[in-house]
Design a protein around this ligand. Structure first.
Ligand SMILES: [Zn+2]
Length: 91
């Protein structure tokens, strides 16, 4: 099974940060080794844009981080934590 399919299966076709159901974007955690499902997330276009440029962040959309940070998936937890740190730096 390709990692894209594994990722779809793991995420149950839901975005793993905000939980919305739409067409998905496969997001590779920066500086992570290899092309593996463990280092990728399914995210929505809004989360993707906010990760690339935190200054465009919509705080209401990112309330999802309160829950995603407790995910059992290390990749989801890792990216949620990175996003929270970026948001904190904006204050
Ligand atoms: Zn999102």
């Amino acid at each position: 099974m390709s990692f894209e399919k594994e990722l779809q299966k793991r995420s149950n076709a839901h975005f793993e940060l905000c939980g919305l159901v739409e067409a998905s974007i496969s997001y590779a955690i920066p500086s992570s080794p290899g092309n593996k499902v463990e280092t990728h997330l399914c995210i929505c276009p809004t989360c993707d844009m906010q990760m690339k440029n935190i200054e465009t962040a919509n705080v209401n959309h990112l309330r999802c981080l309160n829950e995603s940070i407790w995910s059992e998936e290390a990749a989801v937890k890792n990216v949620s934590l990175r996003m929270l740190h970026k948001l904190k730096a904006l204050d």
